[in-house]
Design a protein around this ligand. Structure first.
Ligand SMILES: C=CC1=C(C)c2cc3[nH]c(cc4nc(cc5[nH]c(cc1n2)c(C)c5CCC(=O)O)C(CCC(=O)O)=C4C)c(C)c3C=C
Ligand code: FE2
Length: 416
C-alpha cells in the first residue's frame, strides 16, 4: 500500500490506535494457520461472527484462516457479485494486484467502530462483511504463465439446456463476492477496491443480491414465493465441509488449491408473469414443498425431512419435482450435494415491460463436475424450467484462505 493510501486511511490518532489494536488481534488469531498440515485441523471457522449475530448487532468475521470467509459464513442480508477482467500486463503486476486486494480486504473487513467513523459510508464492525475472491479459467491462459497451475476442473461455465446466456454477463478472470448486513457496506467495498486497483482490473459484470425478511418465520422467500435455503449441508461440521466443500490435499488437484472451493454463479431470471398464473397447488408440485409453510409435501413443518422411499411412484412428491430431482436422498446421489448461498435480485423492468426478477444462484463445492454439473443434469427439463431462464454467471475457483498477516490472496498460485 502506498504512503498516500496509508495516510488517507489513517487520519486521526484515535482511529490509528483503533487500527493498531485490531491489527494485533488479527495477527494473534492467525497463529497456527501457517501450514497445509494445519489446514485439515481447522474447524469451519466462519460460521458465526466474532461477536454475536450479525443481524442487527455487532459482528465481525475473521479475515485470516485456512479458508476464505463468505462460504460457510451464515448468509448476510446483502451481496454484490462482481466479475472482473484482469488488465495487469504480466505475472509481477498480477501479483501486485492480488497483494493490493489482500491489503484492502484486510483493512475493510477490520472495519471501524461507530465512534471512529469519519466517513459515513465506511463499513463498521457490525456490518458482518466478507470479501471472497475467486479466479476464472481465463486467468490460466498464456498471459501470466499459469496454464500449468489451473485447478483441474476449472473450465468456462458450459451452456446447459434451457440456458439463454448473455455473453456480457458470463465468465471473467476474477470473481468477487462481497457480503454484508447493509447495502452501503457492500457498495463502499466495491468503490474502495475499484479505486485501489484502478487500471489493473476492469469490471465485466455485476449482480447485486439481497434476502427478503422471513415471512412469517424460517427460511426467507425468493420471488417465486417459496421459502428457499431450507436444506443445505451442515456448515458447522468440518467433516461435512471437507467432504463436500473444500478441495483437499488428496483431491488430485494442484497442491496450491487445498482449502479452496469451486464457486458456481448462475443469474437465473424468473418468468414471474407466467408463474403468477399457475395455481398454488400446481406450483407446490413443481417444487415439492408447500408454499405457505415450506414443508415437504409428505410433511407438516419446514424442517421435516421428506421420505421418498415411502413414495416410490411420486404420488405425494412428484418424481420430477425440483427438490426430489435436486436431492433424491439416495446413497448414490449423496456425493453430489453442494452448499447453496444464493440471493434474490431485482433488475427492474425489461425494455418490453416485463419484470426482471430472479436469483443469483451461488453454490460452493469440492468438485464442480461431481456436484453442480451432475445436479444440473438431473434438473434438466424439470417442470420449473418453463418458468426460469438462466442468463449469465460463471465457474470460478475460490482461493484458499489468507493464512496470516504475512500471507496474501493467491500466494500459493503465484509464488514461483
Ligand atoms: C443445480 C442446482 C440448483 C439450481 C440451479 C437451483 C435453482 C433454483 N432453485 C429454486 C428454488 C428452490 N430450490 C430448493 C431446493 C433446492 N435446490 C437445489 C439445487 C438447485 N436449485 C437443492 C440442492 C435444493 C435442496 C433440495 C433438498 O435437499 O431437499 C427449494 C426448496 C427449499 C430448500 O430446500 O431450499 C426452492 C424453493 C429456484 C427458484 C431456482 C432457480 C430459478
Ligand atoms: Fe433449487
Amino acid at each position: 500500500m502506498g504512503r498516500d493510501q496509508v495516510d488517507a486511511r489513517r487520519q486521526d490518532d484515535g482511529r490509528r490506535r483503533f487500527l493498531r489494536r485490531a491489527a494485533t488481534v488479527a495477527g494473534a488469531a492467525a497463529t497456527g494457520f501457517g501450514s497445509l498440515e494445519a489446514y485439515a485441523a481447522q474447524p469451519a471457522a466462519h460460521g458465526a461472527p466474532a461477536a454475536g449475530s450479525c443481524r442487527g448487532t455487532v459482528g465481525r468475521y475473521p479475515f485470516h484462516g485456512a479458508h476464505q470467509a463468505g462460504i460457510t459464513t451464515e448468509q448476510q442480508a446483502f451481496a454484490g457479485f462482481i466479475s472482473f477482467d484482469v488488465l495487469a500486463e504480466d505475472r509481477k503486476e498480477l501479483t501486485e494486484l492480488f497483494k493490493t486486494l489482500t491489503e484492502q480486504a484486510r483493512i475493510l473487513i477490520r472495519g471501524v467502530k461507530p465512534k471512529d467513523v469519519e466517513v459515513a459510508a465506511e463499513p463498521q464492525t457490525q456490518d458482518g462483511l466478507t470479501i471472497t475472491l475467486g479466479v476464472g479459467a481465463s486467468l490460466f491462459d498464456d498471459r501470466f504463465g499459469l496454464a500449468g497451475r489451473r485447478p483441474r476442473l476449472l473450465t468456462p461455465m458450459p451452456e446447459f439446456p434451457d440456458d439463454r446466456l448473455d455473453p456480457t454477463t458470463c465468465h471473467g478472470d476474477l470473481s468477487l463476492q462481497i457480503c454484508a448486513e447493509h447495502p452501503d457496506a457492500v457498495v463502499h467495498v466495491i468503490r474502495e477496491l475499484a479505486r485501489r486497483t484502478d487500471g489493473k482490473m476492469r469490471p465485466r459484470w455485476r449482480a447485486d443480491g439481497f434476502h427478503n425478511p422471513a415471512r412469517p418465520s424460517g427460511a426467507s422467500r425468493t420471488f417465486v414465493g417459496f421459502k428457499d435455503g431450507i436444506v443445505n449441508p451442515d456448515t458447522a461440521s468440518s467433516k461435512e465441509m471437507d467432504r463436500l466443500v473444500w478441495v483437499k490435499p488428496s483431491s488430485g488437484e494442484p497442491a496450491w488449491t487445498a482449502g479452496g472451493s469451486y464457486q458456481v454463479l448462475r443469474l437465473i431470471r424468473f418468468r414471474v408473469e407466467s408463474w403468477d398464473r399457475v395455481p398454488t397447488a400446481a406450483q407446490e408440485k413443481i417444487f415439492g414443498r408447500r408454499k405457505a409453510s415450506g414443508a415437504p409435501l409428505d410433511g407438516r413443518r419446514e424442517k421435516d425431512l421428506p421420505d421418498y422411499s415411502k413414495d416410490p411412484h411420486g404420488r405425494k412428491t412428484p418424481l420430477d419435482s425440483h427438490i426430489r430431482l435436486a436431492n433424491p436422498r439416495t446413497a448414490e446421489t449423496a456425493d453430489s450435494l453442494l452448499l447453496r448461498r444464493s440471493y434474490n435480485y431485482d433488475g427492474g423492468f425489461d425494455t418490453d415491460g416485463s419484470l426482471d426478477l430472479g436469483l443469483v444462484f451461488c453454490c460452493y463445492q469440492q468438485d464442480v463436475v461431481r456436484q453442480f454439473a451432475t445436479m444440473q443434469k438431473r434438473l434438466a427439463g424439470e417442470p420449473l424450467a418453463r418458468f426460469v431462464s438462466p442468463t449469465g454467471g460463471g465457474y470460478f475457483f475460490v482461493l484458499p484462505g489468507v493464512r496470516d498477516a504475512s500471507d496474501w490472496f493467491g500466494s500459493g498460485l503465484l509464488k514461483t
